[in-house]
Write a protein that binds this ligand. Structure first.
Ligand SMILES: NC(=O)c1ccc[n+]([C@@H]2O[C@H](COP(=O)([O-])OP(=O)(O)OC[C@H]3O[C@@H](n4cnc5c(N)ncnc54)[C@H](OP(=O)(O)O)[C@@H]3O)[C@@H](O)[C@H]2O)c1
Length: 253
């Protein structure tokens, strides 16, 4: 029986995956915002301390779109805090718990290989200028690609396999984050063009039954994304890693 931790495991894709894995006998710890508000670095650190000391699979599925720029009490832009800082912190803090498992995997649901837009705003990571939902989401997508590279580079001897996975459009109800008339359009497009949560969860369950053997893999709905793409630049990855460590340390946890 595997121990699986799923942030964002209370609904949407993470919720669908939690249900499937439980049904096949895994022990699943599903984290929603009521369990830990992962826009808070302190709460993310506290969550890491509360989790078991052996974890087989860590899934990052917590996400929230923000139409407006919101700053957390710790001074971070909310999308950056949830999508970037909490994932970096949990991956690093739970490294020892994962290393204790037989076949450890980090599965990071993100935007890898998707829209080739978006960049890291090195001089304004908190997007104080020109915030938009798309800018914040795409910066998060680029950051997660780099976090995967930095995680794998940090310990080349590690047995942990890090999988960046873009599920593409999934009808998980994300239209609720938008105002009308965009909400109705996104909802209709998701029903028409998106995968169902059940289908997305089945694909992920199959992936976790036979995970890739490389230290880092990027998949776009199962199709490999070449790690030679500029999004995976190791120099940028090391730079981001150092920046995130500094930001997290500054919260003094
Ligand atoms: N849906 C898509 O088309 C799509 C496409 C590409 C990538 N993705 C990625 O896949 C992941 C899952 O997406 P989804 O569509 O399943 O999202 P979703 O249906 O909106 O579910 C989001 C999950 O994140 C949790 N969450 C939100 N804010 C949180 C916070 N502050 N602290 C802790 N947990 C929080 C929610 O928990 P509560 O409800 O308990 O607050 C919920 O379990 C996201 O990372 C998203 O970027 C999705």
């Amino acid at each position: 029986m595997r121990t699986v931790v799923i942030t964002g495991g209370t609904r949407g894709i993470g919720g669908g995956l939690a249900a499937r894995l439980r049904a096949q006998g895994d022990e699943v710890i599903a984290i929603g915002s009521a369990d830990a508000d992962l826009t808070s670095v302190r709460q993310a650190a506290d969550l890491a301390d509360r989790l078991p000391d052996r974890i087989d699979v860590l899934v990052f599925a917590a996400g929230r779109f923000g139409a407006q720029r919101v700053v957390t009490t710790e001074g971070f832009e909310q999308t950056f805090a949830l999508y970037v800082l909490s994932r970096h912190l949990l991956a690093e803090r739970l490294r020892p718990a994962l290393e204790g498992a037989a076949q450890p995997v980090i599965l990071n649901l993100c935007g890898t290989g998707g829209i080739p837009a978006g960049r890291i705003h090195w001089d304004d990571l908190q997007l104080t200028r020109g915030y938009s939902l798309l800018t914040a989401t795409m910066q998060g997508a680029r950051a997660n690609d780099l976090m995967g590279v930095a995680f794998a580079d940090r310990d080349p001897g590690s047995r942990i396999r890090y999988v960046l996975y873009n599920p593409l459009f999934v009808d998980s109800g994300i239209h609720r984050y938008f105002r009308q008339p965009t909400r109705a359009l996104v909802g209709a497009a998701a029903r028409l063009l998106g995968s169902s949560v059940e289908t997305a969860a089945r694909r992920l369950t199959d992936l976790l039954a036979d995970p890739p053997s490389a230290p880092l893999t990027a998949l776009r709905r199962g199709k490999p994304v070449p790690l030679t793409a500029p999004e995976f630049d190791p120099t940028a990855a090391a730079r981001l890693d150092a920046t995130l460590r500094r930001l997290i340390a500054d919260v003094s946890i």
